[in-house]
Design a protein around this ligand. Structure first.
Ligand code: HEC
Length: 587
């Protein structure tokens, strides 16, 4: 990590420490002599998980801004206008146990994009809140009191993230065990209202299960975590090394790349490259995000990486060209060639994927880089590489850049658009892939508060964000006269998951009923979906299985097998043999 990053982190930690201490004092204020003893977290949890609550009493407690301050920081109308996440579909998003933990231990898991930002000004003031707006001119934070504070860039001395939630600990201490259970019961009933969503063929209200689910078998049994790694740093991706059928590279968020191989007698794991010093991975979905191999890899040993860096006080995403050592066992150790650097506004939504298309050009996605709502309209702005899919030629160079622009890129030659752009209107295109038979480019775009979507991406088309979120109208602020939008093939609502992970079209066994089915999944619900389409219109979608860990990525190999990567460190191989895509479980 460079010195600037260290200074920034050190500052963030000091501020975070002060903040934690305040909270701890707040939560553990000694009770008056004779006052009833406050139950422990474990007692609250156990009671709420084993008793039923009274929903209407829970609703009253929730709305009581004197006793509990929930309403100060949360809306329940789907507007996400306050500091904390909107809770209108929280009963879809979380099961009872996760819901109870979200209230009892706010900092244990922080909702992406809702972390606490800490700022110290040159005049010594300190602010903390959730980032709502960020431009070159300055930022806006919403604090625990629900008020927006603006700080100009010129006044900022230090800015950093905290691992402590803005939501205070100890909110339950004013409640009896039964009252806490009532509050929980009320939140459980908050489900995304079906009628609030556009009714569309591509977003069925029921997704049937296949009669016999696809099995997810552990593929590699060793623990894949960096020694001394941060508690929340996990795996991000898996790739088979071209022409080496049993050899894979596994990426970890912090910058470790392991080479793993299956042998006749077992398995091996070696360090392929340790990039932890170069990779910025502070919190949220950032760090080492994706890798891909040059189409002529066997001849030139070139591969490409996408990761975050922290330079000159700013988070950015870089695309690098690197090379395998001549023995193909590890990275060559030669300095990388940097093709591109894209500045981020906030720390999330940087896309994650890069892949060569059948045309030999490098495609990579970038998200809007936050904060929530894309308040500056990045994804609709053709002069920025944010919220876009790019396509570049890495084998040639022009105009002082490290790459060339393919002659048929849609915006080449226009003065009002970046020529690298292939398609636009994405929020967070985390994973995409090319169907190896048809060449179709399948992309899964992570939604905000309502829906997740799958697109088939075509040259020059606009996929809607932030005018649309999947099929749903979102905002007219950046709608431009005459612009057309391409709707997704498929979208799903909160009851099926919260964060989509794109996968691959299955091209393994030609006799399988899954041959030609696009496989994708959801990071938080851990469900795996399979779907088919014709001319961009959904034909069939099924829930085909699940994995036990956060479904962060899929992988594939030359034989067409599909793997699922668990964020917490496990890799699974999907076994389709016992399942049929066309056999649906009766309701
Ligand atoms: C001072 C502001 C504040 C108050 C008061 C507050 N929250 Fe939160 N809450 C947040 C923030 C910010 C987050 C997101 C960060 C996190 O995940 O901890 C959050 C997260 C949550 C989540 C997880 C939501 C998700 O989508 O991941 C739940 C559930 C929740 N709060 C419920 C409550 C309830 C119930 C109350 C009242 C007892 C409450 N909160 C009071 C600020 C607050």
């Amino acid at each position: 990590m460079n010195t600037l990053a260290k200074t920034r982190l050190a500052a963030a930690l000091t501020l975070a420490f002060a903040w934690t201490t305040n909270l701890a004092n707040f939560a553990q204020a000694p009770s008056a002599p004779g006052a009833a003893k406050v139950p422990s977290l474990e007692e609250y949890r156990k009671y709420a998980l084993t008793h039923e609550g009274d929903v209407s009493h829970g609703a009253k407690l929730y709305a009581d801004d004197q006793k509990l301050a929930c309403v100060k920081c949360h809306s329940i109308n789907g507007q996400a206008s306050k500091a904390g996440p909107d809770l209108y579909a929280i009963g879809d998003k979380f099961g009872r146990r996760d819901l109870v933990d979200a209230i009892l231990m706010p900092s244990a898991t922080i909702s992406p994009g809702y972390g606490t930002t800490l700022v110290e000004t040159k005049t010594g003031e300190e602010y903390q809140g959730v980032l709502k707006q960020a431009t070159d001119a300055g930022i806006q934070l919403m604090g625990a009191d629900g008020k927006l504070v603006s700080v100009a860039t010129a006044d900022i001395k230090q800015q950093g993230g905290s691992s402590v939630s803005l939501m205070p600990e100890g909110l339950q201490t004013g409640l009896s065990l039964q009252e806490f259970t009532d509050l929980t019961e009320y939140l459980v009933t908050l489900k995304q209202p079906e009628t609030a969503l556009v009714s569309n063929h591509g977003m069925p209200s029921l997704i049937p299960h296949v009669a016999r689910p696809v099995t997810a078998r552990p593929f590699f049994t060793q623990e894949l975590r960096a020694p001394g790694s941060k508690a929340q740093s996990g795996l991000t991706a898996l790739y088979q090394v071209p022409d080496f059928s049993n050899v894979f590279l596994v990426l970890n968020q912090e910058g470790m790349i392991w080479m793993i191989r299956k042998t006749a007698t077992g398995e091996e794991k070696t360090v392929f490259a340790d990039l932890t010093k170069d990779v910025f991975c502070e919190r949220g979905p950032n760090g080492l995000l994706g890798l891909t191999f040059h189409p002529k890899f066997r001849e030139n040993r070139k591969y490409y990486l996408k990761h975050q860096v922290f330079e000159d006080g700013q988070v950015a995403t870089v695309i690098l060209e690197k090379q395998f050592a001549a023995d193909f066992q590890q990275d060559s150790g030669r300095p990388p060639r940097r093709l591109l650097k894209i500045l981020s506004v906030a720390e999330d939504h940087s896309g994650g994927c890069l892949q060569f298309g059948p045309d030999g050009f490098l495609y990579f996605g970038m998200g809007d880089t936050g904060p929530h709502n894309d308040p500056n309209g990045h994804a609709q702005n053709l002069q920025l590489l944010l919220g876009k899919m790019m396509r570049i030629d890495v084998d040639h160079r022009e105009d002082g850049t490290g790459y060339a622009i393919p002659t048929d890129n849609p915006f080449r030659g226009r003065t009002d658009a970046r020529p690298e752009i292939w398609a636009y209107g994405f929020r967070e295109p985390w994973r995409f892939s090319f169907d190896r038979v048809t060449g179709d480019l399948w992309l899964a775009d992570v939604g905000q508060d309502r829906v997740e979507e799958v697109n088939i991406v075509h040259r020059g088309e606009n996929y809607g964000w932030n005018v649309y979120e999947a099929f749903e109208p979102f905002s007219n602020q950046y709608r431009k006269e005459g612009r057309k939008f391409t709707p997704p093939v498929f979208a799903y609502r909160r009851k099926y998951g919260n964060s989509i992970t794109g996968g691959y079209v299955y091209r393994g066994d030609k006799h399988s009923s899954f041959y030609g089915v696009y496989i994708c999944g959801d990071y938080t619900s851990k469900r795996i979906f399979g779907l088919t389409q014709e001319n961009g219109i959904l034909k069939a979608v099924r829930q085909i299985g699940s994995i036990p860990q956060g479904l962060v990525s899929f992988g594939t190999d030359e034989a067409g097998n599909i793997y699922a990567v668990g964020f917490e460190g496990m890799i699974y191989q999907l076994d389709f043999t016992e399942s049929r895509f066309d056999e649906v479980k009766p309701d």
